[in-house]
Design a protein around this ligand. Structure first.
Ligand code: ACM
Length: 490
């Protein structure tokens, strides 16, 4: 990559072009196609141009031959031909034009993001795009971030900000951890008591909250505008105290559980022997699936310390069947590897302490594996011992720890083809505000994004640490808090 260009994640192929590049001032043309998604992207680019000082653009539906044009063109042959047409793109910038081509609108969006990341200002303040040529496509299809909105709640606006950051780094899956012991955060039609009685609580007495069905729709729509698929997680059969508090019929005594606002894990559980349990699981998973246009629903399955394997398998099986009956693909934490899952289901690896053999066996039986190793991708771990927030059970994660790993080399015996991708996770036991959240995400989320996007042979720590330094300007511009890792010369 040219020294002056700081694209993160690093593209598959980039080379400098001839000449100084394209000056971008008021009156630059923006040529977009006629489909609603193309027009929506055009509006996004026009707003962006105003916000970053380029000024008003001329939206064009036909090429009028002018110089100084940004062109977004759907083209089935664009981008690296061996890559998925849904995400690949090309970008060519010369002194007349910046042309993004892609087979699909998400690829056009990624080309725009890449162009945005290359913009500079000359001494007079004029914004310009350096001349270059990019051919780009991701290494992994699943490039995710899991956000725990159960321990502390984050309203839609906060989630939109997080999705904006995700889009800027070409992450394409938002996994929402919507339920846990401390609170239930999604209103589902069949069980209004869940949010009536269990959404008001959060860790250590913090205010709770929940997403109405309209708000969830807003999240899904915003996600779509950034090429992001939303995966809702209803965590069962453990991490269910909020459900047991809302519905006493789910406890053996028939009495609702006390609300819980501590941060222990592993103590709550559903009971397979209770008649109400099966209906509960069927109802909530059917509702979550119906509210979600994307293909995946996550059923949790982690950290159920008080359940025998047979009862665990029975409960996961009911949730699994409800998700499948609703036409969705099951995602579950790695603990579910011992339960028979439909081929194509996704198991999410997080804990190196257990279960690697079961994971390899499940993959051999047709499951896919998503990599979220706690010691690399859990962005709620402290940066170092002195950092004031975060947990430490998986160690400290400085920027280089989040960067220097390969998702296909974590689990001995797991075939590379079984790895569907990479997902960062942020658990919020100790994170109460969106500022605290983004300070944990930035810069480490950009490191995980490059692990997920860029082929192993085309990335290096030395290159990344130089490029990421330039991104502080963007974070400061949009006003998000970030952590000045001492491993980078900011
Ligand atoms: C997890 O961290 N309990 C998935």
């Amino acid at each position: 990559m040219p020294e002056s260009v700081s694209i993160v994640p690093a593209p598959r192929y980039v080379e400098p072009g001839d000449g100084p590049g394209l000056g971008l001032g008021a009156g630059v043309g923006l040529l977009v196609g006629p489909h609603p998604a193309e027009i929506a992207l055009g509006v996004y680019v026009a707003r962006l141009a105003e916000r970053i000082g380029i000024g008003p653009v001329d939206m064009l539906s036909a090429d009028d031959g002018r110089d100084h044009l940004i062109e977004l063109r759907l083209d089935p042959a664009a981008g690296p031909v061996d890559a998925d047409p849904a995400e690949r793109y090309s970008l060519v910038v010369d002194h007349r034009r910046a042309v993004v081509r892609a087979p699909a609108v998400t690829g056009l969006y990624y080309g725009v993001v890449t162009l945005r990341q290359t913009l500079c200002s000359d001494p007079s303040g004029l914004v310009y795009a350096p001349a270059l040529r990019v051919e780009d496509a991701p290494r992994f299809a699943w490039r995710g971030l899991s956000v725990d909105v159960a321990r502390h709640f984050y309203p839609v606006e906060d989630i939109e900000l997080v999705m904006s950051l995700m889009g800027y780094y070409k992450l394409n899956v938002l996994h929402l951890h919507l339920t846990d012991d401390q609170g239930w955060r999604l209103d589902v039609a069949s069980r209004p008591g869940l949010v009536e009685r269990s959404a008001g609580s959060a860790v250590h007495g913090a205010p709770g909250g929940y997403y109405t069905s309209d708000e969830y729709r807003r999240i899904v729509a915003f996600a779509a505008s950034r090429g992001i698929t939303v995966v809702p997680e209803i965590d069962v059969p453990g991490h269910v105290n909020a459900a047991l508090h809302a519905y006493g019929e789910l406890t053996p005594s028939g009495e609702p559980a006390e609300a819980y606002t501590g941060i222990e894990v592993g103590f709550s559980r559903l009971s397979a022997g209770l008649p109400a349990t099966r209906r509960f699981l069927q109802d909530v998973f059917t509702d979550a699936a119906a509210m979600t246009p994307g293909p995946y629903v996550h059923l949790g399955g982690d950290e159920v310390l008080g359940l025998e394997p047979d009862e665990y398998a029975a409960l996961v099986g009911i949730a699994h069947d409800a998700v499948r009956d609703a036409g969705k693909v099951v995602v579950a934490w790695q603990e579910a590897a011992g339960v028979p899952l439909a081929p194509g289901s996704v198991l999410q690896y997080w804990d190196p302490r257990t279960g690697q053999a079961e994971l390899v066996a499940a993959a051999a039986a047709g499951c896919r594996v998503l990599m979220s190793p706690g010691s690399r991708a859990y962005l709620d771990m402290k940066y170092d011992a002195a950092y004031p927030r975060g947990l430490e059970w998986a160690g400290h994660i400085e920027l280089r720890d989040a960067y220097d790993w390969d998702p296909t080399l974590l689990v001995p015996g797991l075939r590379t083809e079984s790895v569907i991708g990479v997902e960062a996770a942020i658990w919020t036991e100790t994170l109460t505000t969106v500022d605290e959240l983004t300070e944990m995400l930035l810069p480490r989320l950009t490191a995980v994004a490059e692990v997920a996007w860029t082929a192993a042979g085309r990335r290096s720590w030395d290159s990344y640490r130089r490029r990421v330094a330039a991104h502080r300007d963007y974070w400061d511009l949009i006003g998000v808090r970030w952590y000045p890792s001492p491993q980078v010369d900011w």
